[in-house]
Design a protein around this ligand. Structure first.
Ligand SMILES: C[S@@+](CC[C@H](N)C(=O)[O-])C[C@H]1O[C@@H](n2cnc3c(N)ncnc32)[C@H](O)[C@@H]1O
Length: 246
């Protein structure tokens, strides 16, 4: 196991210990609140919560972004459901393409990433129960799980799954369930380490009436698409080219 994974797991162990007492639970809830104020992801989530529909995250790993979103949703929209989707055992091994290999990146190394998360579904369920967050873990590869989920409306989607085919699995299964005005955030767009992410997003939106925008907050930039209302959509011929990754 790599050092970075060991550190993440020991951080999660500390949180679990903290949450064993009532005072610790209160402290952790405050800590999450502080993190939320500096997060562009949470700023965009908050904007979207005024729309009808639930929230979905595709690519959870150890659940840090899930817990932040759950924190805000518990306060602002406790009735909305938060779906946390991941294999919790890394990428589908045979679906990492040449297009996913950034500079000095090797397929055999990418294959090993994010495999140490089999304990995360249980930890997330404990978190959801402790704070009465309306969260649901969806475990499995997106190509299996997403098409089987009942169709519903979403106001917010957070796509953080790094590779080309995983992005397309999410967009193909979910984008038509995003309500007009709803937001889809791409954590890996324009990220040189993950060139397949930009390629998938550009390809998917090439013939869609949608613009990529970016938000910078707390030193972090996130790219997103706000689904246009039907009447707002520019005519296809006028549509400017989508931004390309750096
Ligand atoms: C960068 S991590 C997510 C990080 C998380 N959002 C955070 O901010 O802490 C990417 C995750 O995507 C998951 N993933 C990628 N492709 C997937 C697929 N096709 N099906 C299920 N999970 C996938 C991996 O297992 C990994 O946990």
């Amino acid at each position: 196991m790599k050092r970075v994974d060991r550190l993440r797991i020991s951080h999660d162990d500390e949180i679990a210990t903290l949450m064993e007492t009532e005072a610790g639970q209160v402290e952790y809830w405050h800590r999450l609140d502080n993190e939320c104020t500096q997060s562009p992801l949470i700023r965009l989530l908050q904007e979207s919560l005024k729309h009808e529909g639930d929230v979905i995250e595709c690519g959870v790993y150890r659940g840090s972004s899930t817990r932040l979103m759950g924190r805000r949703m518990r306060d602002l929209a406790p009735g909305k459901r938060l779906f946390a989707c991941d294999s919790f055992e890394g990428f589908p091994q045979d679906r990492i393409l040449d297009t996913d290999l950034g500079p000095f990146r090797f397929r055999f190394k990418i294959r090993r990433k994010f495999r140490h998360a089999t304990d995360v579904p249980g930890r997330l369920v404990s978190f959801f129960d402790a704070y009465r967050v309306n969260g649901h873990v969806v475990k499995g590869f997106f190509s299996d799980t997403l098409p089987r989920m009942p169709r519903r409306k979403y106001c917010f989607m957070f796509i953080d799954c790094d590779i080309y085919e995983s992005h397309l699995d999410c967009l193909n299964a979910l984008y038509d369930q995003l309500v007009p005005g709803g937001i889809v955030v791409f954590d890996d767009y324009a990220e040189p380490k993950w060139p397949g992410a930009s390629r998938a997003v550009d390809e998917f939106f090439a013939d869609q009436p949608a613009e990529l925008e970016q938000l910078t907050l707390g030193g972090r930039t996130l790219w997103y698409v706000r689904k246009p209302q039907a009447a707002e959509a520019p005519p296809r011929a006028d549509k400017p080219p989508l931004l390309k990754s750096a």
